[in-house]
Design a protein around this ligand. Structure first.
Ligand code: GLN
Length: 280
């Protein structure tokens, strides 16, 4: 069988199960199966595919049919300006989260040598993207999950920022190390009872630890805000990613802890997604 035919077959199987972007997914999985990029595929679609590669490709298509996310099948996801290593232990970086990076870079345009704390660092997508752009900034990432810290370490090495990064396995409640100019967090903020209604790709394959915000969705955000008050320097910035309907509740929590609200930023779908505040 030739490459293009296999891709078409894969795509048909995926569309039959109503998987969006079936053709693109099939092409990406072919690239993974033959260990080449998509450009190679476009230029060599008439080449024969070996038996071993074809059976690897079928295996990948079968997993995608069960809704396993593409990023977990290829072990990578592009975010901001880099390719991140990903597996099933961490949240897959979301395009909406790039808004956080964008805002941090805007806020720190003329700043030097800032130290940044990322609470729930996960894959490292936020913190490492900032460190890559700002060569004299220092980063600290904490996470409950040892697996996530390993993923962050791999990504920090890939992005060449490892020498300016410290990673700690810690619960946000228990972390007491250092004072930071800027604290960022994309905490789990989905209401526990609503997780099952998310896309199957998300609900069945991404780690609950990264999604579950407790009964009202705010239990982790509350902890982050409270703890940040102790860890942030005076006039330091706290930048939070939030759920589309959490703006007013989170603003209240921040005000109660003595933060000034600078702005609320909207994501690509025009949902409130990021709150920028200052500790006064
Ligand atoms: N900081 C990581 C991200 O933004 C992980 C966040 C999380 O697991 N909730 O993708």
């Amino acid at each position: 069988m030739i490459i293009s035919e296999a891709i078409k077959n894969g795509s048909k199987a995926l569309s039959y199960k109503s998987i969006p972007n079936a053709y693109l997914d099939s092409e990406i999985l072919m690239a993974k199966a033959i260990n080449r990029d998509r450009k190679y595929i476009l230029l060599n679609s008439n080449k024969k595919i070996s038996k071993e590669n074809l059976s690897f490709f079928s295996k990948l298509i079968n997993e995608r049919l069960k809704r396993k996310p593409i990023a977990q099948l290829t072990n990578q996801k592009f975010f901001w300006s880099s390719e991140f290593y990903i597996n099933n232990h961490t949240l897959i970086p979301r395009p909406d989260t790039e808004l956080i990076v964008e805002n941090i870079l805007k806020l720190t345009k003329h700043k030097k040598k800032l130290s940044i704390l990322d609470i729930g660092v996960g894959s490292g997508c936020i913190l490492l993207s900032v460190l890559k752009e700002k060569k004299d900034f220092y980063g600290t990432g904490i996470d409950l999950s040892k697996n996530c810290l390993n993923i962050s370490r791999i990504n920090a090495n890939r992005l060449n920022v490892f020498s300016r990064l410290k990673l700690f396995k810690s619960n946000v409640d228990k972390f007491t190390l250092g004072k930071y100019d800027l604290i960022v967090s994309n905490p789990p903020y989905i209401e526990k009872s609503k997780i099952k209604y998310l896309d199957k790709d998300v609900a069945s394959f991404e780690p609950k630890l990264a999604l579950d915000g407790g009964l009202d969705g705010l239990s982790e955000i509350r902890k982050v805000i409270k703890k940040s008050s102790e860890l942030i320097k005076k006039n330091g910035k706290l930048i939070l990613e939030i759920g589309f309907d959490q703006k007013y509740k989170v603003i209240n929590l921040l005000k109660r802890e003595g933060y000034y609200i600078n702005s609320v930023e909207k994501d690509l779908a025009k949902n409130d997604r990021c709150i920028i505040s200052t500790k006064i």
